[in-house]
Each structure stands twice: as C-alpha cells, then as structure tokens.
Write a protein that binds this ligand. Structure first.
Ligand code: DGL
Length: 252
C-alpha cells in the first residue's frame, strides 16, 4: 500500500456518491474505489447488528483493492460500524455524523431540524451529539427520502408533498438550519429547501469529512499529489443500470 493506492468509500447505495463528488473536487489527484450496497439499501430501517454485518461485508470487498484509507460515506453505517471497523483495520477510517455542530453555530433564535434515517437518530452516537450541540435541535426521521434518490427521483410533486407533510409540525416555526444527516439528501436539496423555507440553511457533512480525510492522509504521508486520479464504481446489485446511474450522479 502506498500513496497511489485508492481510497475506499462505501454507502448503502447512491448516497455516498455525494461524498465522492466532494472528494473529486477537493482531491483530484487521488484514486477512488466506491462500493454502493444497492442490493441491500436502505440501511436506515435495519437493526444495528444487520447494518454492522452489511458494513463489514462491504468493507471486505474494498479491502481487495489494497485501499490506503476508508471513508464510511454513510451516517447510518458509521453509527453502527465505525468503532468495529477502527478496531479491525490498520488503515485510517473516516466516518460521518450529522453536521449538528456547524448547524448549531448558525442558529439565531430559531430551530435546527436534523433530517436522518431512523437508525442514525436512534443510535448512541447521535444521542451524544445531541447532548453536546442539540439546543433547539429536532430530529426528524425521513425514511422515504432514500427511496426517492435510489429510484432516481430528485424533484417531483410526490416528493414535494412527502416533504411538506414531514415538515408540517414546524410550518409556523422559524427554521434556521436543516442538517442533511444522510448522504442521500444533498441530491434532494431543492425540494428540501422548498419544504423548510428560504430562511433555512441546509448543512451537510460532506466537505468536513473530506477535509478530515485530507488531513489524515497528510499526517501519514499518503497523499497522492500529482496527475489525474481515477474512480472505480462497484455495486452489490448486478445487471441493470445501477453503475450507469451512479456515473450520472457523479459527473452531471
Ligand atoms: N446514505 C445513508 C446515510 O448517510 C443511509 C441511507 C439508507 O438508509 O440506506 O445515512
């Protein structure tokens, strides 16, 4: 393993492509291998032990590529498996968590809504985060959103009506920020913005995660600095157009 070795990333499906997109912008010389566990998506409605099992098997696939670092490009998988993965692997493991800390710093008297999967919001990692940064923060599980993204729907009347129903308990409130606590949600920004209102700032953890990755690789002298990097996309769902849809999301 050396600086030319790829960085491995995985998610339950298409969501981590939003993280990979940020990585390509900030680290254009790096090589990446991305695994979307599309056949098993969504993770967010599963139990912690099921998510852990699926995450370990996703990582086994990436380890075959001699990866120099692992990004768990999924808040749900991070909550269920980051500790176990850090114990098992000798490479750096970068996880994700809902960006509640930056969101809480832009709050100015209104509410912070934390959109994430049911699993993310129920696991211990999130409770610890809420204790630290959760003043006037309201967790809002949004189980359907992953399905919209996985089926390639990013804007539609059905999506708008789902979101307006979801946000209806807050319709008379001042919403200062919405945390996009699942890596699928950045693909739905326009619709989420309409539902939350134009005064709400949408905050995701993608850039923070990639900056952390950059600094960890620098510390270990594992940064690839020159040339153009490459991307390999893999999915547990064989056949069909999954890889083509991932490419479309990544490059357009
Ligand atoms: N993209 C994932 C996350 O960041 C989860 C989506 C799912 O439920 O599979 O939480």
């Amino acid at each position: 393993m050396n600086s030319d070795s790829p960085i491995g990333m995985f998610d339950s499906g298409m969501g981590g492509i939003s993280v990979l997109k940020t990585a390509l912008r900030l680290m254009p010389a790096e090589n990446f291998v991305y695994f979307g566990d599309t056949a098993n998506a969504p993770y967010g409605d599963k139990s912690e032990s099921e998510i852990l099992k699926l995450s370990l098997s996703a990582v086994d696939k990436l380890l075959k590529y001699d990866i120099k670092a692992l990004v768990i490009a999924c808040n749900t998988a991070t909550a269920a498996s980051a500790n176990a993965l850090r114990r098992r692997l000798s490479i750096p493991v970068i996880g994700m968590e809902p960006a509640l800390k930056p969101a809480s710093s832009i709050r100015h008297g209104g509410k912070v809504i934390v959109l994430a999967t049911k699993a993310t919001l129920s696991l211990e990692k999130f409770h610890i985060l809420m204790e630290k940064y959760g003043a006037d923060a309201y967790p809002l599980p949004a189980p359907e959103l992953v399905h919209f993204v996985e089926s390639g729907v990013f804007d539609s009347p059905k999506l708008d009506s789902y979101l307006s129903e979801l946000f209806s308990p807050y319709k008379n409130d001042q919403i200062d920020a919405v945390v996009l606590g699942c890596t699928h949600y950045p693909f739905l920004k326009s619709a989420i913005q309409r539902a939350a209102g134009s005064g709400a700032v949408l905050v995701d953890g993608n850039e923070g995660t990639i900056k952390r990755l950059i600094s960890v690789l620098e510390e270990k002298s594992l940064t690839r600095k020159n040339g153009k990097g490459s991307v390999a996309l893999l999915s547990s769902k064989t056949g069909g157009d999954t890889i083509a849809r991932m490419e479309k999301l990544l490059y357009f």
